[in-house]
Ligand binder design. Structure first.
Ligand code: AMP
Length: 426
């Protein structure tokens, strides 16, 4: 089925041609006609399936019709996304698909100066893409007007709930026109009970769109497990990176400190690497992603902040350096590769202590992951074959020195909390 059969506005079709999509993906085929009819939809689609275009294209179509009749005034659409990165990415997609339409878009997310965002919204943004935290802050101060809103999108709904945004989302939705008077589109990679309850409360007779098996990782991703002792994970990663097929590699770790430490180790081994976690400033997070996307660096070490929604073309490998604590995170992480029907590989390091997590995952996805052994790797080495950087304080200081261009006063860090095993790292 070609894109032209949806009846999308001509400027949108030209933009699609320009980005080079030959035909719609399955979620687009299933969702676009329903959204164009004005139905509410609950779409369960794995990451990387093209779901952003599935809601952005019909939204642009609706707005461009109003524009043609000179009726486009104020904010007609609101898209809520869990992370700043995803909000930025959706905004970029809107700019790209809407390049031939003069529709105004504003992105509202935390971590950066709010004034320019308020100005953009008040200047008449027709679409606002936002993370719930910053949006609720501006709503509370009456900086935004949603009285004309027609379309609400909740993207990565499961993720937003997981991140504790439910009260914020409820407050935001209460400030919008009633559900019978708006179109509500919900996208979620998984469909736990909490998401179902959200759909019941926020949507009006929604149609269900489901592409691919629920809770199963993308079919295009080849998966493998390496059982490796914890003290040899660095050496294992370095051994894998000797293979040039590992061209663009996203490495997931559980904690911010772990990301810093591993980045430093890889740098020492002359591997071009950057890192993404919530302890970095928004500017540095944006730069890290941009460097990885452009191919300026080969490896991105990230916490689960990068696991959802982030679209990076051509990620050859996802490495679960630290095994994810729950199956949903695994599905999202490996969804960063094998996107839009490209091949990708996901490898997971599983020390003995994490075998129970692997078991839980395999039950959840209903398949046993292939075990692999790396030839000529010494699984019985007593100590790491590589040099671990000295005391934490020293390498942190060095990392800071490299990143900070002008002299700053020494940063003070709060004392580390004791007894918290997995601090929130987003
Ligand atoms: P998403 O799931 O929205 O994050 O999209 C994943 C990737 O698929 C992005 O790189 C999109 O540019 C790409 N994409 C979206 N729709 C299509 C399509 N119809 N054909 C090829 N690639 C697409």
């Amino acid at each position: 089925m070609p894109f032209s059969e949806f009846g999308l506005e001509e400027g949108i079709l030209r933009a699609i041609k320009k980005v080079g999509y030959a035909r719609p993906t399955p979620v687009q085929v299933a969702a676009i006609p329903k959204v164009m009819q004005g139905d509410d939809i609950t779409a369960i689609a794995q990451t990387g399936t093209g779901k952003t275009a599935a809601f952005v294209l019909p939204m642009l179509h609706r707005l461009s019709l109003q524009k043609a009749e000179n009726k486009l005034h104020g904010t007609l659409a609101l898209i809520l996304a869990p992370t700043r990165e995803l909000a930025i990415q959706i905004t970029e997609s809107i700019h790209s698909y809407g390049r031939h339409l003069s529709i105004r878009v504003a992105a509202i997310y935390g971590g950066v100066d709010e004034n320019s965002q308020i100005r953009a919204a008040r200047k008449g943004a027709n679409i606002i893409v936002a993370t719930p935290g910053r949006l609720i802050d501006l709503l509370g101060r009456h900086k935004l007007d949603f009285s004309r809103l027609e379309v609400l999108v909740l993207d990565e709904a499961d993720r937003m709930l997981h991140m504790g945004f439910l009260p914020d989302i409820e407050t935001i939705v209460a400030a919008l026109p009633k559900r019978q008077r708006r179109q509500t589109l919900m996208f979620s990679a998984t469909f736990p009970r909490e998401v179902e309850s959200l759909a019941k409360r926020f949507q009006h007779e929604p149609k269900r769109v489901q592409v691919g098996a629920k809770n199963n990782p993308a079919d295009t991703v080849k998966q493998a497990v390496y059982e490796v002792p914890p003290h040899l994970k660095d050496a294992m990663l370095l051994a894998l990176l000797k293979d040039e097929a590992f061209a663009r590699v996203l490495v997931f770790v559980r904690m911010k400190d772990g990301a810093n430490r591993l980045t430093e180790i890889l740098r020492k081994e002359k591997i071009s690497v950057t890192r993404l976690h919530s302890g970095r400033t928004q500017e540095k997070r944006i730069k890290a992603l941009a460097d990885f996307k452009s191919g300026a660096v080969r490896v991105l070490v990230a916490t689960d902040l990068a696991a959802r929604g982030i679209d990076i073309d051509g990620v050859s490998h996802v490495v679960n350096y630290d095994f994810p604590v729950n199956p949903e995170d695994y599905i999202h992480r490996i969804g960063r590769t094998g996107r839009a029907e490209h091949e990708g590989e996901a490898v997971s390091f599983v020390p003995k202590g994490d075998l129970n997590l692997l078991g839980i995952l395999e039950m959840a996805i209903g398949q046993r992951l292939p075990r692999k052994k790396l030839r000529s790797f010494d699984y019985y080495a007593k100590s790491p074959a590589i040099v671990i950087p000295p005391a934490k304080k020293d390498w942190r200081k060095r990392t800071r020195e490299r990143e900070v261009s002008k002299p700053q006063k020494p940063a003070t860090r709060p004392a580390k909390k004791v007894g918290k095993k997995f601090p929130k790292s987003r």
